[in-house]
Design a protein around this ligand. Structure first.
Ligand code: ADP
Ligand code: MG
Length: 300
């Protein structure tokens, strides 16, 4: 187990940022920590990186407790903070050297991380001359200096243009082959692009923890259909594999089926056989998007 978080709560005066958060991250996984702005992602990451002490609960990284063994935790993790502070007047090598001296890392490792993060073509530039994408690479290079086994990346792709986005995703995925990666984002496409698993946080509470393959394999299928006049819900329940029928407005119904099989042709045939006219029909599979919206649009 790379990360084990048990019942962590954290309040800023009367603002509850985390409420009894528990989850685990296994070695070698790339896990996305997904939630809207203000959900508590950065707070959780600051607890994991020992920069904040929780109000309650425990967090272990590689078996080390963040509160009783912060030095061992820091050795185990590489951290890319949300607003990665960089010295814009420094040259890339100079900056990495400066950080390497803090961590007592050999100079040869600087060249290794430059290569690893694809910084070679820009390596002689000042940080201030770099694009946001390359600045993120410098942040990643810095996080990798002491060769940690766990990477904690807070919104690593936010603010990147589409090309930079693709490059940084690829870089994170390739780093993820060797290391455990726990990354936060408020954009679910980032999770789909990079992660094995998603942990969704909303208002300081974990509301989902799933492997992406589990979400893809979900059998629930929702069809929204509009007829030309009102029909009894019970009548539509006669369709095969129906688990739920709901009249959403006027003559529109949401029919939930418990099957992977595309039910649209069956709904059409059913309508035809019963002299019903379909004005509109759409199929909505449960996916990460619908799950995220469902779980984070609730109040309370
Ligand atoms: P996220 O990273 O998911 O956007 P944060 O962990 O930054 O969320 O914040 C969670 C909640 O805690 C928010 O409501 C935020 O306003 C509040 N918060 C974060 N940091 C502080 C702080 N230093 N002082 C007071 N409130 C804070
Ligand atoms: Mg944040």
């Amino acid at each position: 187990m790379s990360i084990k978080v048990s019942n962590i709560s954290k309040s800023y005066s009367d603002q509850k940022a985390l409420q009894s958060v528990s989850f685990e991250v296994n070695q070698g996984e790339i896990v996305g920590f997904l939630g809207p702005n203000g959900a508590g992602k950065s707070t959780m990451m600051k607890v994991l990186t020992t920069y904040l002490n929780p109000s309650e609960g425990t967090a272990l990284v590689n078996g080390f407790d963040t509160q009783s063994h912060p030095t061992d935790v820091k050795k185990s993790i590489g951290y890319l903070p949300e607003h990665n502070p960089l010295y814009t007047e420094m040259y890339i090598r100079e900056y990495l050297k400066f950080n390497a001296s803090i961590y007592k890392v050999a100079n040869s490792r600087i060249e290794e991380v430059i290569k690893l993060t694809g910084l070679t073509p820009e390596a002689n530039k000042k940080i201030g001359q770099l694009s946001k994408g390359y600045r993120q690479r410098v942040g990643l290079a810095c996080a990798l200096l002491h060769n940690p086994s766990v990477l904690i990346l807070d919104e690593p792709t936010t603010g990147l243009d589409p090309n930079q986005l693709i490059e940084i995703r690829e870089l994170i995925k390739s780093i993820g082959k060797e290391k455990t990666v726990f990354l936060s984002t408020h954009i679910m496409q980032e999770v789909e692009a990079m992660c094995d698993r998603v942990i969704i946080i909303h208002k300081g509470k974990i509301v989902a923890d799933k492997y992406l393959t589990e979400i893809d394999d979900q059998t629930e299928q929702i069809i929204e259909v509009e007829f030309d006049y009102r029909i009894e819900e019970a009548f539509l329940s006669k369709l095969p594999n129906v688990s739920h029928v709901k009249n959403i407005h006027d003559f529109s119904y949401q029919i939930t089926f418990d099957t992977n099989k595309d039910m649209r042709p069956i709904v059409f045939d059913f309508a035809h056989d019963n002299q019903l006219k379909i004005l509109q029909l759409s199929r909505k599979n449960k996916n990460l998007e619908s799950l995220f919206i469902e779980l984070t649009s609730t109040t309370g």
